[in-house]
Design a protein. Structure first.
Lengths: 238, 313
């Protein structure tokens, strides 16, 4: 960790208009929770729908995408990354610091409001709120790492990330069970399944597999991003 | 002594060769990297600053390879061409962050010193996003100088500056050069380079076209015509004697040229083919014919003409 890198990263992430998109997510989630609390729908079904489909399935990847790419892709895009790179700083230190900021922000903006929304909707019953929160912590960290890597690898990180989240996870993952094994969302869901005691959470990926893949992906993406950042090329457009 | 050595370096992007087998060495003092747009100047600077790998050859600082070696930044200060520089920070915060990133023992003092050096202390509390181009350039300079580097690399530092800012920056760079730092700047504008750099490296179409003091560069190009303005006690007789020799390709008598000193009005405009031959021939011929030389001045030793020769070749 380098505190200066962390400070610059956090200010860049929250100091622009991006913060509005980011804050919209927890506001939306809490708003939905409050609005539906008074309805006469089946509470258990509702909490699974909101925390599972809406939050874990959509909001966590969106936050992960905006934050993961936001901590580095913008700087690479506008060239200001030069000021970080033209320093005697180990590249892995820059990457791990940025990853820490990304993971922390993703957790703060998705897992925390998810837990609160879960409490509003269903209390602590059946460990539903806890289960989805743990799932969001795990998948949020993995999304951050993968999207940060994309930010280093390509100038089209947001599009590549959207393609992964929408096409691979949601579309293909919805129909092809094999694709679910390589889905960050399903790994998170696997953790949720192991914790929640009420209602039907069906995770297609076994817990040990999910845990292994989560660790491998986070470590692998971080290591690879460090290597790629060390060889970052500027001015290839000439 | 900080010396950047570029040894047989080529860089290509796909099918496009941006830098073609360049070998040069850049030592203390101010060096101007001159060439038209797209000549490969930025590519060379990117390689010298460790942001681009040479496709072949090596770029080194005092014998240490620069590519993928972050330790070189303890010695290198870099002023990039791009303007983006964390617009949400103030000048002070920006320079301070750079000092911290270098791991300096007293980043606050270093930032203060660097900002004072570029005379930006008065605007240090404004956001860099509100700065003019010249102010941004100076704050970028401060960030590059904050760790007191031996090498300063500047990519097109005068781009978009007004004349006053330009003069200020030139004065700053002269000071760093005089301090014994290795200062390299790129430019496509001849006057800038001519005013600032004694030593010039010329790049044209990715090739290293010339190197040295610009007068020297001119002399190196012996296969090209050199023009002289000569005034003497008897221009016509001198012309006749000179034209007999093979080192001269054309002599024009210009009766309109103003007279200087004791000479009559008019002067000779001489085009020499062989620089060495002509400079030894002229005094010999003049002495043999009993003619006094009043003026022998190179008519086209400006950088402009050197450059246009190089570009057209």
């Amino acid at each position: 960790m380098n505190t200066t890198v962390a400070r610059l990263t956090a200010r860049g992430l929250f100091g622009r208009r991006r913060v509005l998109i980011l804050l919209a997510v927890p506001v939306l989630l809490l708003g939905v929770a409050l609005l539906t609390r008074g309805s006469d729908l089946d509470r258990l079904d509702l909490v699974h729908k909101i925390l599972g489909t809406l939050a874990l399935g959509t909001l966590v990847p969106v936050i992960g995408l905006v934050v993961g790419t936001g901590v580095i892709a913008t700087e690479i895009e506008d060239g200001s990354i030069v000021y970080l790179l033209a320093k005697p700083l180990p590249r892995w230190k820059i990457i791990t610091t940025k990853l820490a900021v990304a993971v922390g922000s993703t957790w703060l903006l998705s897992a925390v409001p998810m837990y609160v929304a879960g409490l509003i909707l269903y209390g602590t019953g059946g460990r539903v709120a806890l289960g989805y929160t743990v799932g969001a912590l795990a998948s949020g960290a993995a999304y951050s790492a993968v999207f940060l890597l994309l930010g280093v690898l390509t100038r089209h990180a947001v599009i590549a990330g959207l393609a992964y989240a929408l096409i691979w996870e949601s579309l293909i993952g919805g129909y092809v069970s094999g694709a679910q094994t390589l889905s960050i969302q399903q790994w998170g869901l696997s953790l949720t399944e192991s914790i929640v005691t009420e209602g039907a959470v069906i995770a297609p990926v076994e817990l040990p597999t999910a845990l292994c893949l989560l660790v491998v992906v986070v470590l692998g993406a971080t290591a690879y991003a460090s290597v790629k950042l060390a060889g970052l090329t500027l001015g290839s457009e000439e | 002594m900080a010396v950047i050595t570029i040894d047989k370096v080529s860089r290509w992007f796909g099918n496009v060769v941006a830098v073609n087998d360049v070998t040069m060495s850049i030592g203390p003092g101010i060096t101007g990297l001159l060439g038209p747009n797209g000549a490969g100047k930025s590519t060379l600077i990117h390689m010298m600053s460790g942001f681009l790998a040479p496709s072949s050859g090596t770029v080194a600082l005092d014998g240490t390879r620069i590519w993928r070696n972050q330790e070189v930044y303890r010695q290198i200060g870099l002023v990039p061409e791009k303007e983006s520089m964390y617009d949400y920070l103030t000048g002070w915060q920006f320079v301070l962050a750079n000092a911290e990133l270098h791991g300096l023992p007293d980043p606050g003092a270093a930032a203060e010193r660097a900002l004072a050096l570029v005379e930006m202390g008065y605007a240090q509390d404004r956001h860099t996003g509100t700065y003019s181009k010249g102010m941004k350039q100076r704050v970028k300079m401060a960030s590059a100088l904050v760790h007191d580097p031996a090498v300063l690399l500047l990519d097109e530092p005068f781009n978009g500056m007004d004349p006053r800012q330009r003069l200020h920056l030139m004065e700053l760079l002269r000071r760093f050069g005089a301090d014994g730092r290795t200062v390299l700047f790129s430019s496509h504008i001849l006057e800038e380079v001519e005013q600032l750099a004694r030593h010039i490296e010329v790049v044209v179409a990715g090739r290293h076209a010339a190197s040295g003091d610009f007068r020297e560069i001119r002399r190196l190009m012996t296969d090209r015509p050199h023009r002289y303005l000569v005034r003497s006690s008897d221009d016509r007789r001198l012309a006749a004697a000179l034209i007999a020799d093979g080192s001269t390709s054309g002599i024009e008598f210009d009766p309109a040229a103003e007279s200087i000193g004791g000479s009559a009005a008019g002067a000779l405009r001489i085009q020499a083919i062989d620089f060495q031959g002509f400079t030894t021939l002229l005094p010999k011929v003049a002495r043999a014919a009993g003619i006094r030389l009043y003026t022998v001045s190179p008519a086209d030793e400006s950088l402009e003409s050197v450059f246009s020769y190089l570009v057209s070749s």
